[in-house]
Design a protein around this ligand. Structure first.
Ligand SMILES: Nc1nc2c(ncn2[C@@H]2O[C@H](COP(=O)(O)OP(=O)(O)OP(=O)(O)O)[C@@H](O)[C@H]2O)c(=O)[nH]1
Ligand SMILES: [Mg+2]
Length: 221
C-alpha cells in the first residue's frame, strides 16, 4: 500500500445510491495497516459518520449549512489535527442532498460516483455534475438487477457520453460482487500516489477559488 502519498477520493451520487454502504464495505476490506480516514458532508444528520466510525478509522462529519456549498476550505478545516503525512487514504462522502457541480474542486485526487440500479439509467444525463470529471462510476446494488427494470449497459452508455474516460465497476455491497475489482483499482491508485514522494493533498488552488467557510457561514446566518 502507499507508503508515500495520501490518496484523496470524493464519493458522490444521489440520495440512497449506497455511498455509505459502499464505504463501509471498502473500509472492512482494506489491508491491515492501511491508514485511512473519512469525512462525511451533509446538510444535517451524523448517521453516516456514526456508521462509518465503527470500522476503527477516524471519521469526521462536515455539516454544510443551508445556502452553502461544500468547498475545500471546509474540507481543510475538518482535517485539522490529522497527520496527513501518515495517511494513505482519505475518503470524502458527499451527501446526495448537496449540490455537486462538476467544477467543484475539493483537492481530491479522484472522483468516484455511485449510481444505484434503483435509479434511472438517465441519471448521468439528468445530473451530469456527478459524472463529468469523475474517474470511476460504481454501478451499485447489482444484487437487485433481477428485480428492477434498470438496464446497466444503457446507464453505462449514458455515463460515457458525459465522461468518455470513465471507468465503470459494478458492485453489490450486500453480496460483495465487484469489490475485488474496486479494491484492485484502489490499490493501483494508491501505488501511483507513491510517486512523487508523499505530499499533502494539494488544496492551494481549490482554496483560492472558494468562498471561505467563515464568509459562507456568516451569509447563511
Ligand atoms: N440491495 C442493496 N441495497 C443496498 C446496496 N447498497 C446500499 N444498499 C441500501 O440502500 C440504502 C441506502 O444506502 P446508503 O449507503 O445509506 O446510501 P447513501 O448513498 O449513503 O445515501 P445518502 O448518504 O443519504 O446520500 C440502504 O438501505 C442500504 O442498505 C446494495 O448493494 N444492494
Ligand atoms: Mg450516505
Amino acid at each position: 500500500m502507499g507508503a508515500n502519498g495520501t490518496l484523496a477520493l470524493s464519493i458522490t451520487g444521489s440520495d440512497g445510491a449506497g455511498k455509505t454502504a459502499f464505504l463501509e464495505r471498502t473500509l472492512q476490506m482494506l489491508p491491515p495497516g492501511t491508514n485511512a480516514a473519512v469525512l462525511t458532508a451533509d446538510r444535517q444528520g451524523r448517521q453516516d459518520a456514526r456508521r462509518l466510525a465503527s470500522y476503527g478509522f477516524p471519521v469526521r462529519y462536515i455539516q454544510v449549512p443551508a445556502g452553502c456549498h461544500l468547498n475545500a476550505s471546509m474540507v481543510q478545516k475538518h482535517l485539522a489535527g490529522w497527520d496527513l503525512r501518515r495517511l494513505d487514504l482519505l475518503f470524502i462522502e458527499i451527501g446526495g442532498s448537496l449540490e455537486y457541480p462538476a467544477s467543484y474542486d475539493l483537492g481530491q485526487d479522484a472522483r468516484v460516483v455511485v449510481l444505484g440500479v434503483t435509479e434511472s439509467e438517465d441519471e448521468p444525463l439528468n445530473n451530469p455534475g456527478f459524472f463529468r470529471n469523475a474517474e470511476v462510476m460504481i454501478v451499485n446494488k447489482t444484487d437487485l438487477l433481477p428485480y428492477v427494470p434498470f438496464q446497466a449497459d444503457f446507464a453505462c452508455e449514458n455515463a460515457w457520453s458525459v465522461c468518455p474516460e470513465l471507468e465503470i465497476i459494478r458492485t453489490s455491497t450486500i453480496t460483495g460482487d465487484g469489490f475485488g475489482e474496486w479494491m484492485n483499482w484502489l490499490a493501483g491508485s494508491m501505488a501511483a500516489k507513491t510517486f512523487p514522494p508523499r505530499r499533502m493533498p494539494d488544496l492551494r488552488w481549490s482554496l483560492q477559488r472558494d468562498v471561505s467557510f467563515e464568509r459562507c457561514l456568516a451569509n447563511a446566518q
